[in-house]
Design a protein around this ligand. Structure first.
Ligand code: KG4
Ligand code: ZN
Length: 335
């Protein structure tokens, strides 16, 4: 008999649902929330309200698209955290209600675990053990993946995440939220001609908060000389920021791969949608002799397919959640 899992993701500002049959994605629906663009960032209270409005139509669309009915489901997987508490609560409460009404088990999923297992949504899939650079709006880490359910954290950011570095510098440039995709687009017509200070942190640790400050001082100085500097040089500024972030990320990934002697290497998370990171990662991989894995764009940014894939492997291992489980805004990866 098939194992069919309905997955729900509501950790930040995307309401998403997907159906996974025997580890394959058969539907994947995401409703993003445009409301936050107006405020230059995600407003938690507005995100919770939008999830509340979106969750029924999104789950309904995912079920319809899959051709599966709710009583065929084997289990319901949901994002337990990390994320915004109010947003998580909407997904968790909905998952519980549906599980109780259909008398099926619940599976709690760690959002970052899911970003990594997005690589198992479709071939080619990495072989164990592999390294994964996870770069999202809230996290930047290098992980050693021993198997589907066993992830070891090697290093992470000490302050801002790579996605925040894109979003916060973009805000200084007057770009909308999230600025990451905008910087990616504008940088295509520019060159990385401006230098930025390279943080020197030990091991596999990252720091991105200095970039925002460096960019602010740099822009202030340039605009004093030429009030039109930002408008005139926007593509070069974007290309410089992007190049800088990508090189910091890849330097540490190269270090981790050389130290661990692991040549199966992956990237994951929203920032792995960045075209310069994808391209440089391939180039570096060729030079270093890696087999590289890049998730399809739909599985890079937040989605429920990755929650369902992780739910599937947890289901196979019998790792189910109890009905009194609660969402958590912060959860270490080893729980
Ligand atoms: O994984 P994700 O969708 O949500 C979180 O779990 O945080 O990541 C969102 C982050 C945002 O900071 C966004 O600006 C960034 O991913 N992002 C990008 C690109 N697409 C999304 N950053 C740079 N270039 C992109 N193309
Ligand atoms: Zn995410």
């Amino acid at each position: 008999m098939s194992i069919i899992i309905l997955a729900i993701e509501s950790s930040c500002d995307d309401t998403a649902a997907a159906v996974i049959r025997d580890g394959r994605v058969i539907s994947n629906v995401v409703a993003d929330q445009e409301i936050h663009a107006r405020y230059g960032g995600v407003v938690p209270e507005l995100a919770s309200r939008a999830h509340q409005a979106n969750i029924v139509p999104v789950v309904d669309a995912a079920l319809k698209e899959s051709g599966v009915s709710a009583d065929q489901l084997s289990a319901i997987a949901f994002t337990r955290g990390p994320g915004l508490m109010g947003s998580l609560m909407v997904g968790v409460a909905f998952a519980k209600g549906l599980a109780i009404s259909h008398n099926i088990p619940l599976i709690d999923v760690h959002h970052l675990h899911a970003h990594v297992l997005a690589h198992f949504a479709e071939p080619p899939m990495p072989e164990f053990p592999f390294l994964c650079l996870l770069v999202s709006g809230g996290h930047t880490q290098i992980m050693l993946i021993h198997d589907h359910l066993n992830l070891e954290l090697l290093g992470s950011t000490q302050d801002d995440a790579a996605g925040e570095a894109f979003d916060k510098t973009g805000k200084l440039l007057g770009l909308g939220y999230p600025a990451g995709p905008e910087i990616d687009r504008i940088a295509r017509s520019g060159s990385p001609v401006f230098d930025l200070p390279h943080p020197r942190l030990p091991g596999y640790q990252f720091s991105f908060s200095g970039i925002k400050t460096a960019i602010r001082y740099f822009l202030e100085a340039e605009v004093r000389n030429n009030p039109w500097f930002i408008q005139e040089s926007l593509p070069d500024i974007c290309a410089s920021i992007q190049h800088h972030i990508v090189e910091i990320l890849l330097d540490k990934l190269i270090l981790a791969a050389r130290d661990t002697q692991i040549s199966q290497v992956a990237i994951a998370g929203g920032v792995s949608a960045n075209s310069a990171l994808r391209q440089r990662f391939e180039e570096v991989g060729r030079k270093e002799g890696w087999t590289t894995y890049i998730p399809p764009l739909a599985y890079s940014t937040d989605n429920a397919a990755m929650i369902g894939i992780t739910g599937y492997y947890k289901y196979l291992a019998g790792e189910l959640a109890s009905m009194d489980i609660r969402p958590e805004a912060r959860i270490p990866l080893d729980r």
